[in-house]
Design a protein around this ligand. Structure first.
Ligand SMILES: [Zn+2]
Ligand SMILES: [Zn+2]
Length: 197
């Protein structure tokens, strides 16, 4: 049985959230943050989709502070775009978003460099099946097994993990004398809302 990651990391997460709240308050004082996101709309329609999008951004920014990760304005903008979107975005969609926000169209290479940095620091995941990127505020290790449950209909993505899956993958790698660098599984199907529709 899959369990939400946020449930698995309660202790760590509550600390992150405490920091995140402080960061969010400070952040909101400086920026006009749009809270209108697809995920929150879904939540309003009776679906529970884990932490709200604004928490993803706050938690990711708190992780940057905790790990002393310095975000250039360009990197921060990409992280903000992904966290606010709350669904995976392709690099070209990000270019459009940046162009819309700044009035200047960035070169793809600058977007890819920012994404590489965010990927390396565990603030963003890449969904290979969609060639798209998703913000992550969980602060887990890069090699930790994760599963993405991807809805074919609405495009919603839930990041999940389970102790059983971690155990069986560790056992499988151990038997093969293999040292995993990344363990990402992508499961396509229909989310709770779309399956019920
Ligand atoms: Zn993650
Ligand atoms: Zn769906």
């Amino acid at each position: 049985m899959l369990q939400r990651r946020c449930g698995k990391m309660k202790q760590k997460r509550s600390l992150v959230l405490k920091i995140a709240l402080a960061v969010q308050t400070e952040y909101n004082a400086h920026m006009n943050v749009s809270r209108e996101t697809r995920r929150e709309k879904l939540a309003g329609a009776g679906e529970s989709k884990g932490p709200a999008v604004k928490d993803t951004l706050a938690a990711a920014l708190a992780l940057c502070r905790r790990d002393k990760i310095s975000l250039t304005p360009g990197r921060r903008r990409i992280l903000e775009i992904l966290a606010r979107e709350g669904r995976p975005l392709g690099a070209y969609e990000m270019i459009d978003r940046v162009a819309g926000a700044t009035g200047k169209r960035p070169a793809p290479i600058s977007i890819y460099r920012a994404l590489d940095f965010l990927l390396e620091n565990g603030l963003v995941h890449r969904l290979a099946s969609r060639n798209a990127y998703l913000a992550c505020g969980h602060g887990h290790a890069g090699e930790e097994p994760i599963v993405f449950l991807i809805c074919d209909v609405c495009g919603d993505v839930v990041e999940a993990t389970s102790a059983e899956m971690r155990g069986s993958l560790a056992e499988l790698a151990r038997k093969a004398k293999f040292s995993p660098r990344a363990q990402v599984m992508e499961v396509a199907g229909r989310c709770r809302v779309c399956a019920a529709a």
